[in-house]
Ligand binder design. Structure first.
Ligand SMILES: [Zn+2]
Ligand SMILES: [Zn+2]
Length: 288
């Protein structure tokens, strides 16, 4: 639905201008315009769309999240014990609360529970607004066999009600750590053993705030976007930091359909510029 996305982008631009934040619009205005590319090996032409790459641009978000998934899912699929964890905090009127969320996350990762039980993983920081203030939260996939220091791991021979009880206790242990890190009385967490790594990876790696939610946000969005501008919204740690490089076959390669050269396409203006320089260097006085 490219039309809807471009309408959404325009609505977002209008809203940011209304809020007096033209610096947050920037190249978003030109997003979606056609750009001519030329193969530097054989001269083949093709047309692509310009993408502004702003994380909050509705037209770029599907591409940005596809790139994230491409970059991270191979690493996630190699985790031995993928565990999907969601950590929430109380809603806030202040978008700066996402910084508080990230500080609490750093504290949690330094606790014995995380240091001893989790090998590593990837976390995304997300913020939504459904009309009751900003709702920052974290989705993480962790490589973790059993996330508890105090509750013994369920045994194969345990009846299902015992397994359920142990899982509940373990979840409570995580939740009390998380509440302490946030400086709250209590905090809501969800823990889930991952069966389908593919769909879970998509859930974790999708964009941090939907363009449609931004446009319809009851609160001003420019303060939030200013916070997001200077902060990473996705971070690997432990065994996933640095991110292990993908296998050869996982790497995408853009080939020229005419001459099969890879990475040979450049924008037409760049090609014209290179040609001019080559021409002038041939007639220049310093050429031997
Ligand atoms: Zn864009
Ligand atoms: Zn070519």
């Amino acid at each position: 639905m490219p039309d809807n996305l471009s309408k959404l982008r325009q609505a977002l631009i209008d809203r940011l201008l209304e809020e007096g934040a033209p610096e947050l619009v920037g190249p978003m205005e030109a997003c979606g315009r056609p750009v001519g590319l030329i193969c530097t090996c054989c001269g083949e032409n093709k047309e692509v769309k310009f993408h502004c790459q702003r994380r909050w641009c509705p037209e770029c978000q599907p591409m940005i999240s596809a790139q994230r998934i491409q970059r991270w899912s191979h690493a996630i699929q190699k985790l031995q014990w993928p565990l999907f964890v969601t950590l929430t905090m109380p809603n806030s009127t202040d978008p700066e609360s996402i910084r508080h969320l990230k500080n609490a996350w750093r504290k949690l990762r330094n606790r014995k529970l995380m240091r001893e039980k989790v090998r590593g993983g990837v976390a995304t920081f997300e913020i939504t607004n459904k009309g009751k203030g900003w709702h920052p939260h974290i989705h993480a996939v962790m490589d973790c066999r059993w996330l508890s220091v105090h509750v013994p791991e369920p045994l194969r021979t345990d009846p299902s009600h015992v397994v359920k009880q142990k899982c509940e206790w373990a979840q409570r242990e995580l939740s009390s750590h998380w509440a302490e890190c946030l400086g709250e009385e209590e905090a809501v967490v969800w823990v889930q053993r991952v069966k389908q790594v593919d769909s879970m990876a998509k859930e974790v790696l999708k964009y941090c705030m939907k363009g449609s939610e931004l446009v319809s946000s009851p609160d001003p969005i420019s303060p939030l976007l200013n916070v997001l501008r200077g902060t990473r919204m996705l971070a690997g740690w432990g065994s996933l930091h640095p991110l292990p490089s993908p296998d050869e076959e996982d790497q995408p390669s853009v080939e020229c359909p005419n001459c099969n050269a890879t990475k040979s396409f450049v924008p037409e203006e760049v090609a014209a510029f290179i040609t001019r320089r080559q021409d002038s260097s041939q007639v220049g006085p310093y050429r031997a």
